[in-house]
Structure formats: C-alpha cells, structure tokens
Design a protein around this ligand. Sequence first.
Ligand code: C2E
Ligand code: MG
Ligand code: MG
Length: 699
Amino acid sequence: MQPTSLRNSAPSERAGRFYAYLTVVIAAALAVAAPFLADVPSAAAEAPVAFWLMAVLALVLDTRPFVTPGPRQSAAVYPSVCFVFAIMLMWGLGLAVVTLVALVAAHAWLHGRSATRTAFNLGQYVASFGVAHGVLAGLGGLPLLPVGWRQVAVLALAAAAWFVTSHLLVSTAIWLRFGGDWRRIVRRSAGYEALSWIGLLLLAPLVVAAADQSTWLVPLVVAPLYAAHRAARLSQEHEQLALLDSLTGLANRKALRLRIDSEIAGHVERVARHAASRAGATGEAPERLLALLLLDLDRFKDVNDTLGHGVGDRLLVEVAHRLSREADPDHVVARLGGDEFAILAPDLDEAAAMKLGQRIGLLLSEPVQLDGMPLDVHSSIGVVTYPEQGEDYATLMRHAEVAMYQAKARGDTVATYLPEADHHTAERLGLLGELRHALESPRDSGIELYYQPQVAIASGEVVAVEALLRWRHPERGNINPEELIRIAEHSAVMRLLTFHVLGEVTRQLAAWAAEGLVVRAAVNVSVRDLHAPDFADHLAALLDDHQLKAAQVQLEITEGALMADPRRVLATLRRLDELGVALSLDDFGTGYSSMLHLRRLPLAEVKIDRSFVLGMANDDDDASIVRSIIELAGALGLRVVAEGVEDERTWRRLAAQGCHVAQGWFYARPMPAGELPGWLAQYRPPRLLRSASRADVAT
Ligand code: C2E
Ligand code: MG
Ligand code: MG
C-alpha cells in the first residue's frame, strides 16, 4: 500500500482499514499474552506487598502523564510504564498484562475514552511488553537478578524493542485513521518520545533492585519521576509563554514565524511528493493557499502620548479582541509588537484575504469606548499571499509591510503587494540612508542652505531671510526638499537633519554678524522635532555658542502638522517663547486652525500658503482667502507674511490689503549664503506708487 494513496481515499474506506488493523493488533496482543495468563491467579495470590505497591503507584502516576510537545495532542508518555516493566521483570508477563488492563481501564473511565481507543491502547501496550519479554527471554536477560553486564545489555535492547513496537503501532493507527504521510508521522516527535519512554523503562531494573533490598525503597522512585515530570512541564509552559504576547494573549512574532515556516515546509513537501508520484505527470499540483495580513493602527502613537500608556494598552487589547472575533479558529492572530498585528489565514486566496481585510478595517473603524470616551482608530492593512508574493517568511513579511505602507500612502484601508510600489519604497529607503550618511559627514556631501529674503512691504526693508534646504545629490541631482522632508520626517534622520540646519544657520548668522550684517533667519522645523524634550535647550546652547540674540532666529512650523496635536508640543513652544525665539505658522490656510489655538499658542506670525498667493492675481477665491487671513491675523495681533510673491501685481494687492511682509521671486529667489551680502548691497526697494496701487486694487 502506497502511503500517499491513503490521503485521497474516502473516509469510509479509511475507517474500514483502521478497524481491520485494530482487530489484528488486538489478536496479536492476545496471542502474545495468552500463554502467560494461565499462571495469573496463583501468581496474584502469592504476590508480595511490593507488587501491590507498584501497581498502586502506577495507577497514581498515570493521573499525570507527560505530554509531549508538538502537534500530536494525544502523544502522552505514561510514567507507570516503569512499574509495569518492573512487575514483568519480577513476576512475569502475566501479572504485567493484568496490571496493564487495570491501568488502561482506569484511564478510560477517568478520561471518558472511547471503547475503540481503549481497546487499541491495551493491544498496543500488551504487544509492546510481549515483544520486550520475548527479547529478554530469548537473549538470556531473565531472570534479572543477579544483574550482570549481559542482563543490562539485553534490558536496553528490550526497552528499545518495546518503544519501536509501541511507536510503530501508534503511528500506523494515526495514519490509518487520519491520513497523511506515514514516514512523517513516524518521525514526528520520535526523538523526544524515545527518550522519555526508554528512560522510564530503564528505571525499572533499579526498582527491581530496590524492591529486592526492601519493599519500602520502592516508593522513593516516585520522587525523581515527579521531579522530571515537573521540569518537563515547566519547560513546556515556558516554551508556550515564549510564543505569546503578554499584553493581549495573542501569538507573538516568533509564533507567527514558526507557523508560517511550518505551513511552507508542509506545502513544499506535498509538492515534492506530488511531483514524484505518478499523478505528478498528469494531475494538478496540490494547492495550499496562505494569506498574510499585516496591519497597524494609524496614529496609535498619538493616543499613547496624549492619553497615556494605560489607555494605549487597553486599546490594543480591544483591537486584539476584535481581530480574534473576525478571524476563523484556524487563523493565527498575532501581535508583532507596538501597534502592529498580523493574521495568517491558511485557506484564503488573495480576493478572499482582501475581503477579510476590508471587514477588519470596518470593524476597527468603529470607535472604541474607553472610560466612556469614544476613541477613533483606523488601520492600514497590507495583504500578501504565498507563494505568489513571497516564498519564505522574511519575504512575505517585507512585502506585506510594503503593501501596508502603500495602503497608508493612498489613504486606503487595504492594499495588496505591488512590486512597483516596492521599488519606490526601496528607493526612498536608499535615499534616507544616503541622507543620513551625508549628514554624518556633511563636508562635500552636497547639503547646503539657501537663503531667501523677506521684505517689509511698506518700507521695502529686508527684515529676515528664510533658510531653505538644498541637496545636490552626486548621482540623482537636486532633490526636492519637500520630498526629502517627507521621507526623513518619520525616521530618526529628521532630528539629525534639523540639528544640522540649526547648527549651520546659527554658524552663518555669526559669520555675517562678524562682517557687520545682522539679520534674522527663519528656519523650518518639523513638528516632530518639537516632540523632543531637549529641542529648546539645544537651540539655546547654539545661540549661546555663537553669541546670537534669540530674536535672530525664528522657527517656522507648518499649520497642518502643528494643529493636528498642539498640546503635545505646547511645552516646547512655551520654552522657546521664554527664550525669545519667535514662532511662525507656515503654509497657513492649508490646515484647520482653531481660533482658540491661534490665540493660545505663543505665535508671532502666520505665513499665507504660497498656493493662495500665487493664485490671488487671477482667482477671486484665493484673493478673498488672502484678504481674510490678513484681517484675521491683524485682529489677533499677528504679523502676516505672504510667500510665493512672483509679480508686481500680487505685491501691489498685498500692499493694498495691509499685508506686512512679502517673500518671493518678485524680490529674489533663494540663494547661497555667499551671494546674500552682494544681493543686499545692490538691492533697491521697489517703489510703491500710491496712485498705481490704488488703480490696481480698483481693477
Ligand atoms: P516653505 O517653508 O513653505 O518654503 C517656501 C517655499 O516656497 C520654498 O520651497 C521656496 O523656494 C518657495 N518659493 C519662494 N518664493 C517663491 C515664489 O515666488 N514662487 C514659488 N513658486 N515658490 C517660491 P522649497 O525651497 O522647495 O522648500 C519647500 C518646503 O520644504 C518648504 O516650504 C519647507 O516646508 C520645506 N523645507 C525646506 N527646507 C527645510 C528645512 O531645512 N527643514 C524643514 N523641516 N523643512 C524644510
Ligand atoms: Mg517655511
Ligand atoms: Mg510655506
């Protein structure tokens, strides 16, 4: 019979074969035991106290079997085997078989085992002891006492024969009952089981030797048995704990990895077997689908930072509950750390996995009630399938991550892996690495700051310069600063970049001051820079080092980023205000500022976003937005700067509306630091003719 043919056979056919096998095993066991059963009544009548003691100890020990690790739940190792073997060695196979009957019956009664299983176990044990007895008797191992080297060698052989018989009988039964690969079933946990069973069997001669000395030495064997049992159990518990996430009780990253590895190994083996079998030439390869969904929560960090870790943890637990509820029992739901979760679905194709992702996205978008407060969580989910999008754990995970970021970037809930997107990501990561490298040794790295003048509209006086980042990459050429900031902003490189810019600007201001040019510089900072508690101190130290007044540096923060969570940076903003460093709200009009925040935050100016300024000459909507921003800022006592002033017409309109400062190509493009003194020297303020400005505004 070909092992592989069984996998495809109908259940009824399988059951028939199993029962035939069961009958053979029991018949063989009976045949082995029968010759020895005749002596049992007289042997039992004469049996000393030691026999009864061993039988009772065996019964007691069996209530706590050793359970082997691995997928085979039923693979328990019974410590009683040690006493049954000792009984066989001292009083023969007959009494050992009777003890076995009592043990198996008690076990079946205690655990509600089926008659079939009970009958099989009895047959299996009786046959195994029969084979061991045969080896001992045949090779001159009996009687055991006095023990010589020959007895010891034969004992070891008998124990090995016992294990081989028992293991093959059980493996074959499992194979006949449930199908699968016979060799794989035999190999599964064979090492551990051999060690446990043979170890217990070889304890029996010691029990015999002890009983020969004194019956009361026999119970002492229980102590080391119990110790071994506890140790095995503890190590198993530890092993299980090492696979669990302690906060949510879900599987952890290691558990997910093991499961993916084993699913893939199973698939590879099936494909190989299929190719080797006759069906390989004609039939289709065995299909096994595997989908992996990777998700993280959008803005979880904000929850953690603003509401505390306690609330963050409870949110994660709730998310774990929701995921577990939606997943099937045979899916693995795992928490990989932080706010990252994964679901391994061993039965879904891509379309079904995308649907599951959609359902999960929907489920997670329902607000979570924590302390009676609804909390909105959204998630981005990346979906990959095996083997199309990765043939091993590492590739699948990496591609799932790319898909997840793709979902985030597009504002979708779910996305699958697209190699084009990956290319993009790899390129971005490469650029980030190069930027870090450039910042670590900035000399000749191509990183430079350009400065663009800001001019007071009414007087025409240059009031400040804005420092703007430029990076001429040796191979890629000029890198768009906005793109660069977007890439760097979510990484540790941003801090390096900002500190580099601040260092460079303060150094430049000091150098200009030494030439007699005192000017204020505006520096763009990312709102994430302000999360660092040492930001203000760092800036204060730089000002101190270069003997600059705090008023010479102004910081620009974009409105959208600041208003997303103004409370978070309030401490840093206050500290900067105390220092005397002014703050400007950049790209104003693109975010959603509340009046309250505008009033409460220590701001000095707002910069109207250049999209409105660029459009105001031709677009009435833009023009009215600019006008209302100027009025609003005026009412709040803030300075208003218009950036992106490209032409005279725009400049005139801004002047007529009372805008304070203008910046743009109309005056000057951003220029290298070395060009600024020359530009200033030849700069002539544009003349604002009253009549011209009135006429222009009137049109
Ligand atoms: P931003 O702070 O709003 O800077 C103003 C942008 O407008 C600059 O773009 C400037 O070159 C451009 N600009 C100035 N005048 C005109 C004009 O008349 N017409 C037009 N069309 N554009 C004008 P740039 O230099 O490409 O910088 C883009 C953005 O990158 C900046 O916007 C800022 O948000 C960011 N950025 C630049 N340097 C840094 C930096 O050192 N750190 C940080 N965190 N962000 C920076
Ligand atoms: Mg700016
Ligand atoms: Mg701007």
